[in-house]
Design a protein around this ligand. Structure first.
Ligand SMILES: Cc1cc2nc3c(=O)[nH]c(=O)nc-3n(C[C@H](O)[C@H](O)[C@H](O)COP(=O)(O)OP(=O)(O)OC[C@H]3O[C@@H](n4cnc5c(N)ncnc54)[C@H](O)[C@@H]3O)c2cc1C
Length: 481
């Protein structure tokens, strides 16, 4: 390659891992690997200061749940991250008339998810990682291509110069648009797909002064026909709004292209929120549109030299708030396989892929289902009754009925197992909802019978050693909810 400088391989290369991408997953992974005694080279296309300062229009506020918390705790950095987290105990659903319904996320007051600012979290991860002298940072280096046969990674700097890095082992944590994945695909080593949805999103800031009358410690939702506004709380009591809307057509990114239209749309669609966003048109026009996609890839590795992780391996649409959580869980489980196989990467990479793939496919499916749920279900009386009934079942049968949502958000149960529970639960809920539409009319003797059938189905599920709904067991037992 022209303008390239070549670095010679070092003696102890087997202990050196190169990571492409210093986003959320790359940052955490560097910490895990440094703790194991590896030397780590991290290559990131953004510049050092901009890692903290820029989001490129992506969601700046994320929901962290059990899986993310567990991985951070395992890496020894949870106490530092906790200072950035704002609890969210329930959804506050704002309807067209300005009425608000509340749906708890968990079963108890102490079961909640956490809002955290992406930039603060990313900065903190890098700060924690910087404590390890064995991690070397290479900002302003964009991967152009990975040559697997030569074990060379070709990078470009912002001034146009290029260089080649000879690697022993490389991990692609470079997000949904991964260049590592693209290179593997170009060389015929993986098959991949990336499917964009027809919605995009825009950030809308709701200042702390204006957000005063929004309930604290809640995830706010304004679901409307084809659009939905989500509001995540920040530490300073402001709320970060993410407006999800179609890319084309009526009330779309393409259509809302000037101040009068944007103001009219907000006043009509979100009359209660419009006064809280003083510069709604400015926010809308100045913030870039974010795009969302589902990424699938198989396998996630090439022999024992190259591995994909996080969004690079399995990008999700964000409607279950699991992308980061799942990527952090990847890091924890990869670390457990390294323990199990004594850092023999030739065993770790395939085992990690085989264990995680069914789970990431499952969470991808659940994220898509949740997209439909948020778009349409949340305004459907039957859907709301099902949710109410489900909460009731969790109170009535606390040891037996734990909803799929609770299993995903408040346990480390493999996603595929949580999905299988969810399917059985859906059948049960449908059978009750076909008989009645309100809690006071439920025939509880009949529900007792259905619960017995449900228990038997769950027991059968647990006995299926390699059933397609069960995952290849990870080397850790999952924490029960
Ligand atoms: C609107 C929205 C809301 C979301 N909400 C949630 C939520 O509530 N909860 C949740 O768990 N998840 C959420 N997610 C998902 C979450 O943002 C991602 O899953 C997470 O950021 C993935 O982390 P990552 O490190 O794999 O990828 P990224 O965060 O995308 O990081 C990739 C890094 O690689 C760098 N990079 C890219 N290409 C190159 C290259 N060629 N060379 C060098 N460096 C490169 C990038 O600059 C970046 O720093 C949301 C996503 C969106 C879009």
């Amino acid at each position: 390659m022209t303008g390239c400088t070549k670095r010679s391989r070092r003696k102890s290369d087997a202990q050196i891992i190169s990571i492409v991408g210093a986003g959320l997953v790359g940052g955490l992974l560097a910490i895990y690997l440094a703790r194991r005694g590896y030397e780590v080279d991290v290559f990131e296309s953004r510049s050092d200061s901009r890692v903290a300062a820029s989001d490129n229009g992506r969601s700046i506020n994320l929901a962290m749940s059990c899986r993310g918390v567990t991985a951070l705790s395992d890496a020894g950095i949870l106490p530092a991250v906790e200072k950035l987290m704002v609890p969210m105990r329930a959804r506050a659903i704002h309807d067209e008339k300005g009425e608000v319904k509340y749906q708890a996320f968990g079963r108890r007051h102490d079961e909640y998810i956490n809002a955290v600012k992406r930039t603060d979290l990313n900065e903190l991860l890098l700060e924690e990682a910087r404590k390890f002298p064995s991690i070397r940072w290479h900002f302003d280096t964009r991967l152009l291509h990975l040559d697997v046969s030569e074990k060379e990674a070709h990078f470009k700097r912002p001034d146009g110069s290029q260089f080649t890095h000879a690697y022993q082992r490389v991990i692609g944590a470079d997000g949904a648009g991964s260049q590592v994945r693209a290179s593997l695909q170009q060389q015929g080593l993986v098959s991949t797909s990336r499917v964009f949805i027809s919605h995009g999103y825009k950030e809308i800031a709701i200042s702390s002064a204006s957000s005063n009358h929004l309930a604290r410690e809640h995830l706010h939702l304004w679901p409307r026909e084809s659009v939905v506004l989500l509001g995540n709380p920040n530490l300073d009591n402001s709320v970060t709004g993410s407006l999800f809307l179609p890319l084309k057509g009526e009330n779309s990114v393409a259509n809302l292209d000037n101040e009068p239209r944007i103001k009219a749309f907000f006043n009509k669609t979100f009359p209660d929120i419009a006064p809280m966003v003083p510069d709604v048109a400015g926010d809308f026009l100045n913030h870039p549109v974010g795009h969302m996609s589902t990424v699938k890839c198989s396998p996630w590795h090439h022999e024992d030299q190259c591995l994909l992780i996080g969004d690079a391996a399995h990008g999700l649409i964000p409607f279950f708030g699991q992308g980061m959580n799942c990527g952090f869980e990847d890091c924890r489980i990869l670390n457990e396989f390294l323990d199990l196989y004594h850092d023999d990467w030739s065993r770790v990479m395939p085992a990690f892929y085989l264990a995680r793939k069914p789970d990431t496919d499952a969470v991808s499916e659940m994220s898509t289902d949740n997209h439909h749920e948020i778009q349409t279900g949340i305004r459907d009386p039957r859907f709301n009754f099902k949710k109410q009934l489900e909460q009731h079942l969790m109170q009535r049968y606390p040891a037996r009925y734990v909803s799929k949502h609770v299993l995903v958000m408040f346990s480390n149960m493999p996603y595929a197992t949580a999905l299988a529970h969810g399917r059985l639960q859906n059948t049960l809920l449908d059978r009750v909802c076909n008989q009645t539409t309100q809690l006071s009319d439920v025939d509880w003797l009949r529900v007792d019978e259905l619960m017995r059938e449900y228990d038997e189905s769950l027991a059968r599920l647990k006995r299926m050693p390699h059933g397609h709904l069960e995952t290849t067991p990870a080397p850790t037992s999952w924490e029960s909810a």
